[in-house]
Design a protein around this ligand. Structure first.
Ligand SMILES: Cc1ncc(COP(=O)(O)O)c(C=O)c1O
Length: 276
């Protein structure tokens, strides 16, 4: 079956879905989004994604639709037991160019699916390379906002140089995250990940992997990691909802092995989603 989109109450085939050019998301990136993996028809950790969306909407003053409305929209467009990507977009709504927040009574809600296309398996077996770049994003980078241009520009810069992802460092020289991923490191059997006070996106996968590692008996620490200190780590990996856990083979000149701990977690993650 072809993919469907829910656009402000209407369900249409994805390739016919349209929004108004007066939508604030289109005009100013004034909105938020969530990207969710759907395993054999079931959206994974949907509750956590909706919680993050609701929290973000509250922070920037976008009226949050009733949960049931979003859940119903998802149910209606998930028309197969296929492997999909589900995207939810919530914007401040449609209004005049000069309108103030108080003038927006009805947010725009868009929900749609598209096919999930896996990365080549050798990415997971051999790891991918990342490039260190200084943060070019705003103070609001902890929100999954539609203002994604800085991330896109950095990722494009890294791709053109043959890298898969960027690893950002902030003004203090601390590692924050990737353009579309959170990051974990391994040293002597303990996992380390940049803490949320660095204004990173609180990744749903980051949190899931954090707890998965604890349940497997590993120690996990949220911390501040200096970009000059990367050589101390033996393993490193990226996380996000779509790619799950992706090993890093290097960040600039710092090389990592695809070690036991990373492979253990990849297996545990894959097992967790197998029988949803
Ligand atoms: C900047 C950034 N960090 C981290 C992530 C990972 O978040 P999640 O695990 O919720 O998919 C994303 C996802 O796209 C992201 O854009």
């Amino acid at each position: 079956m072809s993919d469907l989109a829910f656009v402000n109450g209407q369900i249409v085939p994805l390739n016919e879905a349209k929004i108004s050019i007066l939508d604030r998301g289109f005009q100013y990136g004034d909105g938020l989004f969530e990207t969710i993996r759907v395993y054999h028809g079931k959206p994974f950790l949907i509750q956590k994604h909706l919680e993050r969306l609701e929290k973000g909407a509250k922070e920037i003053g976008i009226k949050f639709p009733p949960w049931r409305k979003i859940e119903k929209a998802i149910e209606e467009i998930l028309n197969s037991r296929g492997e999909k990507i589900l995207k939810i977009i919530l914007t401040r709504g449609i209004g005049k160019r000069s309108a103030m927040f108080k003038d927006f009574k009805e947010p725009s809600l868009i929900v749609y699916t598209e096919d999930y296309l896996p990365l080549p398996e050798n990415f997971y077996l051999e790891g991918v390379k990342a490039l260190l770049l200084p943060e070019n994003r705003s103070f609001f980078r902890h929100l999954k906002s539609l203002n994604f241009l800085p991330n896109l520009l950095s990722r494009e810069e890294s791709c053109q140089q043959g890298f898969y992802e960027v690893i950002y460092y902030d003004q203090g020289g601390f590692i924050t995250e990737g353009t579309i991923t959170n990051i974990f490191f391994v040293k002597y059997g303990t996992l380390y990940t940049p803490s949320l006070d660095l204004k990173i996106l609180p990744g749903v996968t980051r949190s899931f992997v954090f707890n998965l590692a604890l349940s497997l008996g590993f120690k996990v620490k949220e911390t501040h990691i200096r970009k000059e200190g990367l050589a101390q780590f033996e393993e490193a990996f990226l996380t996000n909802s779509i790619i799950e856990i992706l090993p890093l083979s290097s960040i600039n000149e710092n090389c990592f092995k695809i070690g036991k701990l990373t492979l253990n977690l990849i297996n545990a993650y894959r097992n967790a989603v197998l029988n949803l």
